[in-house]
Design a protein around this ligand. Structure first.
Ligand SMILES: NC(=O)c1ccc[n+]([C@@H]2O[C@H](COP(=O)([O-])OP(=O)(O)OC[C@H]3O[C@@H](n4cnc5c(N)ncnc54)[C@H](OP(=O)(O)O)[C@@H]3O)[C@@H](O)[C@H]2O)c1
Length: 249
């Protein structure tokens, strides 16, 4: 599993799943770029945890939905740290509401962050990976992209879109030994899900064979595996991390 000498970038690495992914990659030996959009102090906390674990990293603020900011940030990282060989497109937001009342801005924000952000970041790193003839891109989608969810047409469309993006990129980049895969978490305890009422949480647990919500670390270990050298013959796939609540593909 050693990722020693590799530079990784995790979008939305400041909190939740992204933070656990940063720790996992750093523990495997990678130097980890911890991206955030507004919460610098959370990103610094992640960096502190990485360093406490004996790992190496740095923080880098940019909005994945802003193409120029992404390009500038990735250029800066690559000139200071070296070619990014592992990219985890994890940054994500929700703007929930029933479709009849959903504002265009809520659709656009979710699509621009969750789907276009992954396109833009991937496009900015792929040239370096192709030159190195080694790379790993992991897109964090969601069980909602497979099941759909009332109140989340924007989020479900963005997450399902990531699966198509992943499969197409996998076909384009395979010739240069760059793999592209998805991790699809189910319900994971983070800031994104913390506000769900006790009642909703119980309803969700009733649909999960393992009968519990997941942890960021559950998602991180699947992500680190897909980043590792040992996953080299896996591309265009989705690894579901959901306690069994969805078993299709
Ligand atoms: N939690 C779940 O149950 C669950 C389930 C399935 C899939 N997911 C997916 O897993 C990913 C992480 O979710 P989470 O629950 O860990 O979320 P979270 O705790 O809400 O954290 C979101 C992260 O994304 C960053 N972010 C948001 N907008 C951004 C932007 N425009 N540019 C750069 N960074 C941005 C945030 O940065 P700041 O700290 O600066 O705000 C933060 O680091 C998301 O893609 C989410 O859709 C989560």
């Amino acid at each position: 599993m050693s990722l020693k000498g590799k530079v990784a970038l995790v979008t939305g690495g400041s909190r939740g799943i992204g933070r656990a992914v940063c720790l996992g990659l750093a523990e495997a030996g990678a130097t980890v770029g911890i991206n955030y959009v507004s919460n610098e102090s959370a990103a610094l906390e992640t960096l502190g945890a990485v360093q406490d674990a004996g790992g190496k990293g740095f923080t880098i603020g940019f909005d994945v939905a802003e193409t120029t900011s992404v390009q500038d940030a990735i250029k800066k990282i690559q000139s200071e740290e070296g070619v990014i060989e592992i990219l985890v497109n994890n940054a994500g937001i929700t703007r929930d509401g029933l479709m009849a009342r959903m504002k265009d801005a809520d659709w656009d924000d979710v699509l621009n962050t969750n789907l276009k952000g992954a396109f833009t970041c991937s496009k900015a790193v792929m040239r370096g990976m192709m030159k190195k003839r080694w790379g790993r891109i992991i897109n964090i989608t969601s069980v909602i992209g497979f099941l759909g969810n009332a109140g989340q047409v924007n989020y479900a469309a963005a997450k399902a879109g990531l699966v198509g993006l992943t499969k197409s990129m996998a076909r384009e980049l395979a010739v240069r030994n760059v793999t592209v895969n998805c991790v699809a978490p189910g319900y994971i305890v983070t800031d994104m899900t913390r506000d769900l009422s006790e009642e909703i949480q119980e309803m969700i647990k009733a649909q999960i064979p393992l009968a519990t919500l997941g942890t960021p670390e559950d998602v991180a270990s699947a992500t680190v595996y897909l980043a590792s050298k040992g996953s080299g013959y896996i591309t265009g796939q989705t690894l579901h991390v959901n306690g069994g609540m969805y078993m299709g593909n």
